[in-house]
Design a protein around this ligand. Structure first.
Ligand code: ISJ
Length: 380
């Protein structure tokens, strides 16, 4: 029987041959890339890859090896595609992305919409970003705000997308998909919730608590200590405060900001009731134009997996590998169900970069060919 050392010598010999063949194969792929640049052909040929996988699998005789060579060739072909996308970038064959760079947002003259009413966290986020004197108005729902932007009734909307303790605002992701609006900026607002009621209310009077679902989620610890209180979700924390005032019933309270309590005439019954002391919400600034600021450093995209995703190519893993191969730092991924398609998902990915970066163009090119319904949601 051969010794380990002898077997390793044998492996080294084979690997030398394999590396040489790998380079030979990639050199041919380079030529394929040149041909495709000239001919304006797409890099990805799904049918050819599927035939290739079937062919190499047919050349080995057991299932373990069939899986092995399929996996190996999936990787080889994926590498080959990435090389070819690079060729397209080098040849300037990518064209322009339909986004225009701007120097600044005209904050002084802009008309801005937020969701809720006076005292909403969205209003505070808007002032944080656009300043105190901003020309603004408010609407009842996120959908109303997105419609106002799409129709041009406002230039910008300031809307919550994610909270540090309760996670994503799912509805916003769905609306970003549904509307032709784009993210141009973001602002992070510290969020401190209070329990507020009519002046003179004591905790023992309370039977019902109103707030936005996300705010109820962020104050679960406090609310669980009062398990007999009914929790009722409304569209906005400041609208909850307004309702408590309007109904004039001491059995009702709202989870809202101290500012919302103050301007609507409520008394703070318990302050700082959020579960996380550093609770904050990330708001996005949305507009109806495909623009991005000069020093933008983050990109948001969405895509779906291709329908007849064969066993190997077109999987989430394959699509995300475009970030890895282009050295792009992916910072976030969310998924949302695709309406009308059971167990199919749409992915929302954030990553570092600018739409001018060659690496970004390269990754987007690959994703555009290999994913379904790729959309750039903004560079900010
Ligand atoms: C090399 C090509 O480009 C891509 C890579 C392939 C490969 O590495 O074998 C096969 C099909 C294409 O998706 C080609 O079109 O032949």
């Amino acid at each position: 029987m051969a010794t380990l050392e002898e077997l390793r010598v044998e492996l080294d010999k084979i690997d030398n041959q394999m590396v040489e063949l790998y380079q030979k194969r990639m050199n041919v792929c380079r030529e394929v890339g040149d041909y495709k640049v000239k001919a304006g052909r797409k890099v990805y040929d799904r049918q050819r890859e599927q035939e290739k996988l079937a062919d190499v699998a047919s050349k080995v005789d057991n299932d373990f090896d069939k899986n092995g060579v399929r996996e190996l060739y999936t990787q080889l072909m994926s590498m080959s595609r990435k090389l070819q996308y690079q060729k397209l970038v080098e040849a300037g064959a990518l064209g322009r992305l339909p986004f225009i760079q701007i120097d600044s947002l005209e904050k002084d003259t802009a008309r801005v919409v937020f969701q809720g009413t006076e005292g909403a966290y969205g209003e505070a986020a808007m002032h944080q970003f656009f300043g105190e004197d901003v020309n603004c108005f408010h609407v009842r729902t996120f959908r109303d705000a997105m419609t106002a932007i799409e129709e041009g009734a406002a230039d910008y909307a300031v809307l919550p997308i994610e909270n540090s303790s309760a996670g994503p605002v799912n509805e916003m992701y769905d609306l970003l998909d549904e509307f032709e609006n784009y993210i141009v900026a973001e602002t992070i607002l510290p969020v401190v919730h209070t329990l507020s009621g009519l002046p003179g209310t004591t905790l023992t009077d309370i039977k019902r608590v109103y707030s936005k679902a996300e705010a109820l989620m962020q104050t679960t610890g406090f609310l669980n200590d009062h398990a007999d209180w009914q929790q009722i979700s409304v569209v906005n924390t400041a609208i909850a405060a307004q309702k408590v005032v309007k109904d004039g019933d001491k059995a009702q309270a709202a989870v809202c900001s101290a500012y919302a309590a103050k301007i609507h005439g409520l008394e703070v019954l318990a302050d700082n009731i959020n579960d996380e002391p550093d609770n904050c919400t990330r708001f996005i600034v949305v507009t109806n134009q495909k623009v991005y600021l000069k020093h933008a450093s983050k990109i948001s995209i969405e895509f779906e997996l291709p329908h007849q995703s064969g066993a190997q190519s077109g999987s989430l893993y394959d699509l995300l590998s475009h970030f890895v191969y282009n050295n792009i730092n992916m910072t976030k991924i969310e998924s949302r169900p695709v309406k009308g398609k059971q167990w199919e998902y749409r992915f929302f990915v954030d990553f570092d970069g600018s739409l001018e970066d060659a690496a970004v163009k390269n990754a987007l090119r690959g994703l555009r060919e290999e994913a379904t319904n790729l959309r750039i949601l903004g560079n900010y």
